[in-house]
Design a protein around this ligand. Structure first.
Ligand code: MN
Ligand code: MN
Length: 290
């Protein structure tokens, strides 16, 4: 089990590093996401969710559609968030790059420093509130704001959000981390006011429940279940599931068979940076898997 978490972590890290080194002006978001996802699959892993490419004020849940024509450009602050799984055991990691300029370097560093601090402090007994407080302090002392309504999360087999939410601000949560937990720690920093909201429908979906439906929908649904299970997936991953996939997916959404993740943007349009690792809580500390 641990071996699978570790391999998932290695593949997610390799995909992240590939993304960071290939994120250049003129590269398309679609090309980059496809290449990062292919790297995971080529090494025997599966994607635990579509590669999220969050540009500037977009914090999370944007993945390109197959017709996407977004190109990275000079000055963009780009979050590359990637997840892999081995036999259901997930890993989740992200990094932020600025394309060709260094105007937001201290913003990016503030998220990275907050993540480092979390990794140093996490051990059995560390409270979630203490983690949030440390993130808050690290980011505010650099002159930015943490995003208060985005959190890290515990993970389990086939489950990316397994119950614990790990805050980026101080809270009253007395819950604490325990040995053996797998946690995704993900501080977000912003030049804005520190909140995100759903901006528009995204291209990321997840299965909700089976419903009585026309045959072609039921056929596609069962293929989705066996391919994606409980993990989020991209609309562009559905093309080979059914010839009418692009019209069936919106129908399944209206029927409540799948849910859609709205694209999350900073409420004031602030630039957003993110850093994320998956860690395993050990007897006395934690180890980074990604
Ligand atoms: Mn992530
Ligand atoms: Mn995460």
């Amino acid at each position: 089990m641990l071996k699978k978490y570790k391999l998932a972590g290695t593949l997610a890290r390799e995909a992240r590093e590939f993304g960071v080194s290939h994120a250049k002006a003129g590269v398309s978001a679609l090309e980059l996401a496809n290449a990062m996802e292919s790297l995971i699959r080529s090494k025997g892993g599966e994607c635990a969710f579509p590669v999220n490419i969050g540009i500037n004020e977009v914090a999370a849940h944007y993945t390109p559609s197959k017709a996407d024509d977004v190109l990275l450009k000079i000055g963009d602050v780009v979050k590359l968030d990637v997840g892999s799984h081995i036999d259901g055991y997930p890993a989740d990691t992200s990094a932020t790059v600025e394309i060709g300029t260094r105007n937001n370097q201290s913003l990016i560093t503030s998220a990275e420093d907050a993540l480092k601090m979390c990794v140093e402090m996490i051990a059995p007994g560390t409270t979630l509130s203490a983690i949030g407080e440390a993130v808050d302090r690290a980011i505010c002392s650099a002159g930015f704001k943490p995003i208060e309504n985005l959190t890290g999360h515990s993970m389990e087999r086939f489950n990316l959000h397994a119950g614990l939410s790990i805050p980026n601000v101080k809270t009253k949560d007395r819950a604490f981390v325990e040995e053996g937990m797998i946690l995704a720690i993900e501080p977000f920093s912003t030049t804005g006011s520190g909140r995100v909201k759903g901006a528009c429908r995204g291209n990321i979906y997840r299965i909700m429940r089976d419903r009585r439906a026309p045959a072609e929908i039921s056929t596609m649904f069962s293929r989705m279940q066996s391919r994606f299970g409980s993990f989020p997936f991209a609309s562009r991953w559905c093309d080979d599931l059914h010839p009418n996939a692009s019209t069936l997916l919106p129908k399944m959404l209206r029927m409540g068979m799948v849910m859609n993740y709205p694209v999350l943007s900073e409420v004031r349009g602030g630039i957003v940076a993110q850093a994320e690792h998956s860690v395993l809580v050990t007897k006395n500390s934690c180890i980074v898997l990604t």
